[in-house]
Design a protein around this ligand. Sequence first.
Ligand code: IMP
Length: 439
Amino acid sequence: MPSTVLVGAQWGDEGKGKITDLIAKDYDYVVRYQGGNNAGHTVVHAGKTLALHLMPSGVMYEHAVPVIGNGVVVDPGVLVTEMAMLSAEGIDCSKLKISCDAHVIMPYHKDLDGADEKRLGSNQIGTTKRGIGPCYQDKAARKGIRVQDLLDEKIFRLKVETALAQKNPILEKIYNIHTYTVDEICEEYLPYAKILKPYMDETAQLLNEALAQGKNILFEGAQGTLLDIDHGTYPYVTSSSCCAGGAATGTGVGPVAISKVLGIQKAYVTRVGGGPFPTEQRSAEEGAEAEEAEVGDTLCSVGHEYGVTTGRRRRCGWFDAVIARYAAQVNGLTDIALTKLDVLSAFDTIKVCVAYECEGTRYEYFPMQQSVLFHAKPIYEELPGWKGEDISGCRSFDELPKNTQHYVEYLEGLAGVPMSIISVGPDHDQTIMRGWSSC
Ligand code: IMP
C-alpha cells in the first residue's frame, strides 16, 4: 500500500513540519526513522505554537499512530517532558509507539558531545549538543543501551555499570569533567522507564502488519540529505541516515513498501553549524561585501531563519541546483515540495546556482572530493524577480506572477523532479497543490 518518505533535500530546516502537517491526514501511521531531539519543528494547535523535537508529528492527528522507529535515538527525559507538554495542551499521546530497539541517549552522551565540540575548536561541527553523535557511536560500537534495556532494572544497571567503566575515565582523564555513578543514572532513568513502558513495542512487526492490512505509512525524515552520515557533507553531518534509504533500516519496513519519496526544498538554501556551503551569502562581520551581506540578512530576516532547537541564526544562500540534483538522485525523489517561495518576493532579481567551478573545472554534479566543495565557486544564472507582488494569497500555479512561475519551472528543470507542492506562506492554506497525491 502507498507509503511515503518525506525527506529534507538540503541541510535540514526546509519546512518539513508544514508539509508533514499538510499531508499527514492521508496516512494511518507517522513514523520517525532517524535522529533524535536534534530535530525541531513547530506546529500550531488551537492558536498556540508548540515545538516538537522528538515526538513524531503524527501525534497531532487523532486518526494517526505516531511511531518512534528503531533508527531513532531517544532521550527519555525529553520524550517524557514533550508528552507532558502535549497532554497539558489537550493532545492525546496514548497511541504513541516506541521501538524497543531504539537507542537511549545517556547523560554522558550529552557531556561528551559538548566536550568534544570544545576540543575541536575552530573545526567544530556545530552540533546541537544533544548527545546524538556519541549515542550513535555507542550503537555502532555495539556498546549502546536500548529502550528495551529500560524494562529490566537488573539489566539496565549492569549495562550502565559496563558503560561507565569506559565513559568515566574518558570524562575525567581526557575532558576533565564530572563522572557518574550507576545509582545517579538509575535514579534519573528508571522513573522514565516506568512512564514509557506502556508505549514500548515491537514496531517493525507493528508496521509490517499495518502494511499487510492496507494501511498507509508516512516516514517523517529529520535533518536533511546533506546532513546524512553517508551522503552528506561529512564530517559536517549528523550521525544518522537522513536520506530516504534510512526509512527502511530505521523502521524495519522493506524498501519495496515505499512508493513515493517527497523531497522538501526551500526556494533558497540554509544551513546551521560548520561546513562547506557554496552559495552562502555571508554577513558583513564575516567579511562579505555590502551586496552579499544584504542578501544574507534579507533571507534571514524575511525567512525567520533561526533554529527551533538551538535558536541559532541560520546561514543563508541562493538556491543550489547541484544540491537539488544530488538530493533527487540519492533519495530517488518522486516529488518535490518547494517551500518559502514567498520569501523571495523581497528581491529585484534572484540568483540560482546551476553548477560549480573549481580550478577551471565545471561541476554539474556533486564533486567527489570534499575539498572541491570547500573551494567551489557557484556559477549563477540571474532570473527576474517579482518584487512587490504578494504571492502569499495565491492558491493555484496560474495565479502566481509570470516571473514566479518561470522561477519554479526553471528550478524544476534543473532538479529533474516535479515540484508538486509549493508553499507560499507559513499557514496550511498558503499552499499550491500542483499534482501531489499520496498514492
Ligand atoms: P548533531 O545532529 O547535533 O550531532 O549536529 C550535527 C550537525 O547537524 C550540526 O551542523 C547541526 O547544526 C546539524 N543539525 C542537526 N539537527 C539539525 C536540524 O534539525 N536542522 C538543521 N541542522 C541540524
